[in-house]
Design a protein around this ligand. Structure first.
Ligand SMILES: [Zn+2]
Length: 98
């Protein structure tokens, strides 16, 4: 009986995701519950903050060069990669607010 069922789950997983996504996903994100949702969170140190972002909580820009956090949903309907594409950058102090 033939057992060819197309690429395995493992092979699909390693089909070259964008480098940025890989680095974020496997570079030490931690899981955290905030406002009833599970998030994956990474801290961006000042020297890695290369762009300005708008914090979605307070609608104030996070200037380049300021340490902050990036978060994406751990429960995204379309999986971690889709969630990563929609990641948001928050002020560290805004993120810590309940
Ligand atoms: Zn903020």
């Amino acid at each position: 009986m033939a057992r060819r069922r197309g690429p395995s789950k493992y092979q699909r997983a390693v089909q070259e995701p964008p480098r940025d996504v890989t680095r974020l996903a496997y570079g030490g994100a931690r899981k955290q519950v905030r406002r009833g949702t599970e998030w994956l969170v990474r801290e961006i140190p000042a020297h890695r903050a290369e762009k300005a972002y708008r914090c979605p909580d307070c609608a104030v820009d996070i200037p380049a060069g300021q340490a902050h956090i990036v978060a994406w949903s751990a429960e995204h309907l379309f999986g971690d990669e889709a969630a990563l594409q929609q990641r948001r950058h928050y002020h560290a102090h805004c993120w810590r607010l309940p």
